[in-house]
Each structure stands twice: as C-alpha cells, then as structure tokens.
Design a protein around this ligand. Sequence first.
Ligand code: IPE
Ligand code: IPE
Ligand code: MG
Length: 267
Amino acid sequence: MSLRNISTKKDSIKISDEIDKQRIPEHVAIIMDGNGRWATKKGLPRSVGHHKGVSVLKEIIKVSKKIGCKVLTVYAFSTENWTRPQKEVDFLINLFEKVLKKEIDDIHQESIKIKFIGELSPFSKALKSIINISEALTKNNNNFTLNICINYGGRQEIVKVAKQISQKTFSGEIKPSDVNEQLINSELLTQGLKDPELVIRTGGEKRISNFLLWQLAYSEIYISEVFWPDFDEFEFCKAIIDYQSRNRRFGGIESLTEESFKDSSCS
Ligand code: IPE
Ligand code: IPE
Ligand code: MG
C-alpha cells in the first residue's frame, strides 16, 4: 500500500505493516503544536487542549518504541512561551509537574530513560525536584530515551555553548583552533545524542520556532496539518512512511557517472 492509498483511519491497523523495518529513524523530534487551536475550535478552553496533548504524547511514546525508534525528543515549552498569559504559563508548568509525578513509575517500568532539556533554573523547586528524581531513577534504562524540552530555545543553547567554549579558551584548557563541530556537539544540551533524522511539526505551521537549530541541520522535515491533540499512531506512522520515501543527500548527489556530468561552460 502506498501512502497515497492510506486515507482513512480504518487503514491504521495496517499502516504499521507499511513501515520498512530496516529504515526506522533512530531519533525523531516533534514540535507538538496546535493544542490551543484544537480546543478553541471546539469552543473549549486552551487548557483542555494541553491536557489532551498529554495522552497523545503517551500514545506516541508507545508507538515509537513499538516500531523501533530509540530516541524521541519533544518540544513542550519554548523560551518564548513565557510571553503567553501568566495563567496559561502557570497551567502548563503545573501540568508538567502533575503528569511527571503520576507517570514516572510507568515510565521507569517501560525501561524509558527520561531527560529534560532546557534551562531549568526558573522552574519551581517542586518541579525541579521531580525532574531530578525522574532523571536519576531512569538514568540506566537503555531501551528508549525520551527527551522533553522545556524552557528550551535553540539560540539560547548556542549562546550557552559559545560561553562555555570561550571560558575554556580563556582559561587555556583549549586553544581556539580546537573549536570544531565535534567540540560544539559535546557542549550542547543534546550531547551524546545522534541528530534527529526526522522532525515532525503538528498543527500545520511551517517553521522551526527556535527548536534544535544546530541539530536539525540535515533532518527531514514533516509537517502534519493535524493539531497535536488529534495526532495518533496513524498520523505518526504516516510521517515515518513519508520519511522513508525521502532521498537524503546531505549536499551530495547519488551517483556521478561520466555521462551525468558534462562541463557545460563555454570553451
Ligand atoms: C503547543 O500548542 C503547546 C505549547 C506551545 C506549550 P500551542 O499552545 O502552541 O497551541 P496553538 O499553536 O496555539 O494552537
Ligand atoms: C512551538 O510552538 C513551541 C512548542 C510546541 C513547545 P509555538 O506555538 O510556541 O510556536 P509559534 O509561536 O507558532 O512559532
Ligand atoms: Mg502553537
């Protein structure tokens, strides 16, 4: 079955059979967008969309594990999201704490390593504490890694790396000529992680919104028109199948034969 023929949810049972098990992206990143619009469209408060978004995340973790992804990195709160009305910000931060407390035992049972990526200092003691507990509890789980980006911004991350590297250069620990991509990778909040092969954005917006600016350099981008609270196994598998049809060239070309390249410049 080609992706074109998969149009109804009825096909969702079969859709995972369409995934090429040999080409599963190891690391998938998701911009979970559209909670507010989903709720507003239904005449509900935006908070209902955020709530529903949590159960969708649980489903997507299960599916990505099932199909063989190893790392899922989700964008839950950006450095710019503080500019939202205080009530929404408070609601979201409370939600993170409540959900983490409720789910951490199951996360551990499922052998998932959980990590939080972002500047955590502005969060409450209670949230930071449950984050520390959860990361410590699950740190040796090696089945699957879930990274949750909160108070995360790609530019802020790069600024932080620049500061760390300048400090090391200033103290003589390294020389300016030691600065290379490998060193920058090792200073990023995502250190040790392979770059995502695929980034999915739900909710239809065609932008990155300050997410993993360095790491997404060659990631395949998949935009889903579906709002995050309506995203599900079917939509996720569609994204994976679409990814599998891509020709990843990394700036190169597939093959170069004498015939396919002729110097066309005027002689
Ligand atoms: C994504 O949904 C969740 C967060 C940014 C916290 P939004 O809240 O951005 O929902 P829309 O995009 O306004 O619909
Ligand atoms: C990106 O969504 C951030 C998260 C999903 C956490 P936003 O809703 O904040 O992004 P913009 O405002 O549409 O760019
Ligand atoms: Mg949004």
